[in-house]
Write a protein that binds this ligand. Structure first.
Ligand SMILES: Cc1ncc(COP(=O)(O)O)c(C=O)c1O
Length: 354
């Protein structure tokens, strides 16, 4: 896919041109407030995100990875606990588990790169010791909601849904990321935990702030993982008002790719039926020869194959051959909301000319 030289996987300069005035006004607001940590902007953003996403509670944290780790901690996950998860995701998903001393149990993916829920069910029927589950709504494709709920209820799982790439999950606990490339991206790091249980949310709030339950009263060994006030102001005042438009544009581009790309050597994504993907990424799968690309690859190495896990306890009871195959063949086409129609046509032509 060499011929495309000017199209960016993400175009933050165009984004800045569009939202500059709102961003500067947001920063001005924080500066003038004189309150720089856990102030009005974090509180307001948490409320607005909760309302948008349909969760009663939202707590901002420092990153998507922290959102997963803190959620698991607040559910009681600790050393030696088994956590079912996927071999294809950002490494951060597994890192959050491993940092707690818990043991990831990888289950292979389907042909879209999403964890295979049937295989999860088979494993859980054999293994009564797995109590936690971190499914990932990868690429912006929502995992089957009914399937997830059945697994949770049948096996009494405590579930943290990794929604870093998907802003559409509706479960019990959703952990998300505001890394700049995300559909709702900050100008730095950030994350949030959305939930339905007041007690859980209170633990999460304490954990993000040194385990404090009241000023100078520490009931838990917590973290310093607060969503930054400036990032919250930016997300709230510059990004949230544009999110619907951005998502619409991502969907338009995905529709154009799905209708336009005809190359039989390229397998296009087919998200789960009935889902409305938020198209964080547009993955295609093609053979290695065609992977000479300046575009992203998500992800080139299956998580259990990462060097960092050498000597770290994990399990992969049924193997992860499918995940390995996908990792060897995935390419992400550009799908950011500032891509224009000419560029979309250019991408289609380039893929078809391979
Ligand atoms: C699926 C997934 N999980 C977790 C993360 C971690 O988020 P963060 O980079 O905000 O820590 C990311 C993003 O990098 C991600 O894409």
């Amino acid at each position: 896919m060499g011929p495309i030289t000017t199209i960016q996987a993400n175009d933050f300069r165009r984004q800045w041109d569009d939202l500059r005035d709102d961003a500067l006004a947001a920063f001005e607001k924080v500066g003038a407030s004189g309150w720089y940590v856990l102030g009005e902007e974090v509180r307001g953003f948490e409320e607005e995100l909760a309302a948008l996403w349909g969760f009663p509670f939202t707590t901002g944290v420092a990153s998507g990875m922290d959102a997963i780790e803190i959620s698991l901690r607040a559910l009681g996950c600790g050393p030696g606990d088994r956590v079912l998860t996927t071999p294809i995701s950002a490494f951060a998903t597994t890192l959050a588990i491993v940092k707690l001393g818990a043991v990831p149990v990888f289950v292979d993916t389907d042909d879209q790169g999403l964890i295979n829920l049937e295989r999860c069910g088979d494993l859980l029927r054999r293994r009564r010791d797995i109590r936690f589950f971190v499914p990932v709504h990868l690429y912006g494709f929502a995992l089957d909601r009914g399937g997830l709920s059945r697994l949770r209820d049948e096996h009494e799982l405590l579930m943290v849904e990794d929604c870093a790439q998907s802003i559409a999950a509706v479960g019990e606990v959703a952990a998300t990321s505001f890394y700049p490339t995300k559909n709702l991206g900050a100008m730095g790091d950030g994350g949030a935990i959305l939930s339905r249980d007041a007690g859980f949310d209170a633990r999460v709030r304490a954990l993000r702030d040194y385990g404090q339950t009241a000023k100078y009263r520490h009931d838990f060994i917590g973290y310093n993982s607060r969503l930054d006030e400036l990032q919250a102001a930016y997300l709230r005042r510059a990004c949230l008002p544009r999110l619907e438009r951005w998502t619409t544009r991502r969907r338009e581009i995905a529709a154009a790719y799905l209708a336009g790309i005809k190359n039989p050597a390229v397998r296009l994504p087919s998200p789960p039926k009935g889902s409305e993907p938020s198209w964080h990424l547009f993955p295609v799968w093609t053979d290695r020869r065609l992977r000479d690309s300046r575009f992203g690859i998500h992800y080139p190495i299956a998580i259990p194959d990462q060097k960092a896990l050498d000597g770290v306890p994990f399990e992969a009871p049924g193997g992860y051959e499918n995940a390995r195959r996908l990792c060897a063949s995935e390419v992400s086409l550009p799908i950011h909301p500032y891509l224009d129609d000419g560029e979309v046509a250019e991408v289609i032509a380039a893929v078809d000319s391979l």
